[in-house]
Ligand binder design. Sequence first.
Ligand code: BES
Ligand code: ZN
Length: 626
Amino acid sequence: MLLSKNDARRVVLAAALLMSSVLARAAEPPLPDRDPHSYANPSQLKVTNVALQLSVDFDRKRLIGSSELQIAHVDPAARELLLDTRDLTITDVDSSTDGKAWKKAAYLLAARDAVLGSKLSIDLPLDAQRVRIRYHSASTASALQWLTPAQTSGKKLPFLFTQSQAIHARSWIPLQDTPLVRAPYQARIFAPKALRAVMSAQMHEQPAADGAWEFDMPQAIPSYLIALAVGDIAFKSTGARTGVYAEPAMLDRAAYEFAETEKTMDLAEALYGSYRWGRYDLLILPPSFPYGGMENPRLTFATPTVITGDRKLVSLITHELSHSWSGNLVTNATWSDFWLNEGFTTYLTNRLNEAQFGAAFADMERVLGLQDLRDAEEHAEAADRALLRATPARDPDEVFSSVPYEHGALFLVWLETQVGRPAFDRFLRGWFDDHAFKSASTAQFVAYLNEHLLAQNPGKVSTAQIDEWLQAPQLPAYAVLPKSDAFTQVEATRAAWLAGSLKTEALPTADWAVQQWQHFLDTMPASISLAQLQALDQQFGLSKSRNAILAGSWFRLAIAGGDRAQWPAAAGYVQSVGRMRLLEPVYRAWIAQPGGRAFAEKTFAKARDGYHPIAAETVARLFKKS
Ligand code: BES
Ligand code: ZN
């Protein structure tokens, strides 16, 4: 058959388009074969689905049941499936070609590595499609916190929650615990009758006839986003797609605080494309939750310390929501690329703050972020101060800092100023669309940046500048730093007060947002006197503040300023919250004081039982370091 001239032209055009898209793809380097934080061999055998069946045993503090993994034979000759585990007891391993007939598989659980846990090697027939592992977790599982009734707000029923990021999923599920691997998951969870189970998945209001709570996450997600909580959990809707889960005593306050989340979602969708996960609910955890928030898909886990009654700390939720694009949709390939999750998310959060609450508010948050970066630079070693990490095999919890967040966000801000906001917005949206439901590396981002932004804007950004942003242990001299007029005013007032020309009661704090208080306290000159500290607390009752952020900033300052009379109240404080970001500065301040280390150690001994294992480990590390 002869082609008409037009057809022929179309064929040539199609071929050219195909070529250019092949080239575009070729420009992005492949993902690495292995993740230094995982034993998995996904370039040979890859997990493509996870099905859990687990019973929650509060008496023995363990999850017991099975994990059924579907396997793709990427390398048809491969027969050794390598999984990650930590402190799991494996009782049986079977394989199957059809999911019906099972036969025993030989396996070997290696000795425990302090960072990675124990490699589980399973010998598989070449035609095996599924593997089923029967197991139970240890009472010390690093992802799990088992709360007694006394540690909850209701005081009557126990509570369990997981924290899988970065490499803790392996302490409650044997799997390929690397963000290189994505899989849908389903779960059936058996919990004590009075309790409800919730997960980062589609849920049902009632358990199935056999009592199991059933869950389905149909989209492919990395293992660190698998999350479970079990407790006296109630639900209240706040919008068409949003709602809050919390203990009944917290429910109304939480629903009020986060009533505007749906609005934030609309703003995010306008900038970065449709929200791909269906619902966006929040779970408010007890105060021991070790993070501010955790972006578990469909169900962000959040600290109750941002519930202040004035909706002034909701940007934490905006941050976790933003991960629905940067992190959950496009996921850091390994933990060396962590800034792709957190730097992008910090940038997105600031943009959404600006759209929702105005530039003055967004700028306060940006400056607080910069202050966090300055603090982090003080504590971190040079190698940990660059966006790209040189030392991959260390514990991600140990190298955690604000650097990937704030240095990463400032990189994107700088790119934005080089090419202009409209071009940068289009570029970011394209990055999310083109990598949706995929994992991505920093090298891929740089290739995509060159191809889709810098090629169109020649002469604006050099390769050397990109390298400096990614590899230098400090911000480039040409970084565009945020400024806040509201903070400049606070500084002027503070200077007058410190100099004695303004009385304590004349400080214009009545209309200060908590962010202004934070700035006032966190950047206080070291020259502040004991009498001035005491005057502050007397006037404003900071040590008794019910705002945990404010109280945290106060105790850090008071201890650093030598106000020993504040130690007992500070000890009460670190026993009432488990959020690491609030604990660490207070413990650090004690350690730097004469006699403070012993007091801090004594306090930690009392507080430790109330902390999540990750927080307990992080505080323990502070004592080892200094
Ligand atoms: N994904 C992080 C929390 C995380 C990071 C857990 C690394 C485990 C390992 C979450 O999105 C986060 O960044 N939380 C911050 C929020 C803040 C920056 C608004 C937190 O918890 O402080
Ligand atoms: Zn985050």
